[in-house]
Design a protein around this ligand. Structure first.
Ligand code: SF4
Length: 374
């Protein structure tokens, strides 16, 4: 078991586990190991591995009971809601799996201040107060001043503004924090360095280590919330789930004042012809989500509209803390005027009202706002 707090960054922890023989470990996990891990109050990395093993796939009911208990104890019967706004889909990087990749001949759009305000006004009608601002990685077009302008507009309509943009230095994050940004989402996409290199061939995103340390730079800038994750389908599913989990645990242990959460995006249809290396099926998706919740009882878990409606509905109560709702992944999509090509296809096309209805029917409280910028 590693004491995460003694490290200055995540890199040495990653390097330590890169040498680990996962296949051999998973092969030797026994029923007794899994039962023991499920009954522990404080789990270590090996318990987490036990819960991610193929054998633990036979323990989903038992895992769901523990996960539900942890969830109820730390969060109660609530589901937070958030909504994304894409303001620019220009990109100077080439990610093999993404519709916005610079190589794709798609309809590009970069919203003006007036257009951002129109979108914001439209989104605000849903009542959701948490917005996630997204851009492609085109630092010259969607530069820091542009992002700041967008934040100032969004602040008029929303009480919480998070960003999912290209990685920045700590000082830039501090500037954004100062004007009201409170959350940062950044996915490593894939922790396996060889695969990372293959799917990120050019542009700033090709810099693996700079991206790896991005969540920590955000935590150092004192963002209230940091959300990380991998894009399932790029690498080995169990190993990637493990690395994303221990990365989150490292951040949680070190930055106590910061809310750390994990997302579980899996590859969806996008512009281009990318074929995933692995397919994350629903059962394994659930197992990973439960393993995250049991290993880290206070972790936030976000589920986006990449997932189908019925699947998302069934996850309520099993550990999810936040869901996106009514999302559009094209720039200008809410106004629907001259919209651009979406980043990926959405699977849950219900509007906010419909999603709220389901959350209530299940006996949970949808939360539109839990943060106020002062
Ligand atoms: S994932 Fe991000 S950086 Fe990569 S092509 Fe898409 S928008 Fe650009």
């Amino acid at each position: 078991m590693i004491d995460f707090k003694q490290y200055n960054n995540f890199e040495p922890i990653l390097e330590h586990y890169e040498k680990f023989d996962f296949d051999n470990y998973f092969k030797n996990v026994t029923d007794k190991d899994i039962e023991k891990s499920l009954n522990k109050k404080k789990l270590d990395e090996f318990d987490f591995l036990n819960l991610l093993s193929h054998k633990a796939g036979n323990y989903l009911e038992e895992m769901a009971v523990v996960s539900h208990k942890n969830y109820m104890q730390h969060f109660g019967k609530v589901i937070g809601l958030y909504i994304p706004i894409y303001i620019s889909n220009y990109c100077s990087s080439d990610c093999a799996y993404c519709g916005f990749s610079k190589k794709n001949k798609i309809k590009r759009k970069h919203l003006t201040k007036v257009e951002i305000e129109n979108e914001a006004r439209e989104i605000a009608k849903t009542g959701i107060k948490h917005i996630l601002l997204l851009t492609g990685e085109a630092k010259k077009i969607a530069n820091l001043e542009y992002i700041k302008m967008a934040v100032e507009v969004l602040k008029k309509y929303f009480s919480s503004v998070s960003i999912e943009i290209y990685p920045l230095d700590t000082n830039d994050y501090k500037e954004l924090k100062k004007i009201g940004v409170d959350g940062l989402t950044v996915y490593q996409e894939v922790y396996d360095k060889n695969i990372y290199k293959k799917v990120h061939t050019s542009g700033e995103k090709a810099n693996y280590l700079y991206r790896l340390n991005t969540p920590e730079r955000g935590a150092k800038a004192n963002f209230r919330a940091i959300n990380i994750g991998v894009l399932f389908g790029l690498g080995d599913i169990q190993k990637e789930a493990f690395f994303s989990g221990i990365h989150a645990k490292y951040l949680m242990d070190k930055y106590l004042e910061c809310e750390i959460s994990l997302s579980l995006p899996r590859i969806n249809q996008a512009e281009g012809s990318f074929k995933p290396k692995s397919n994350l099926d629903n059962k394994t998706f659930l197992q990973i989500m439960l393993a995250y919740r049991i290993y880290m009882p206070t972790i936030g878990i976000n589920i986006s509209t990449r997932e189908k409606a019925s699947f998302r509905d069934n996850l309520i109560g099993l550990g999810v803390t936040k869901m996106s709702a009514g999302s559009k992944t094209d720039v200008g999509g809410y106004e629907g005027i001259d919209a651009s090509t979406p980043q990926f296809d959405i699977s849950d096309n219900r509007n906010v009202e419909e999603i709220v209805k389901v959350i209530k029917q299940k006996g949970y409280q949808p939360v539109f706002k839990d943060w106020e910028l002062i």
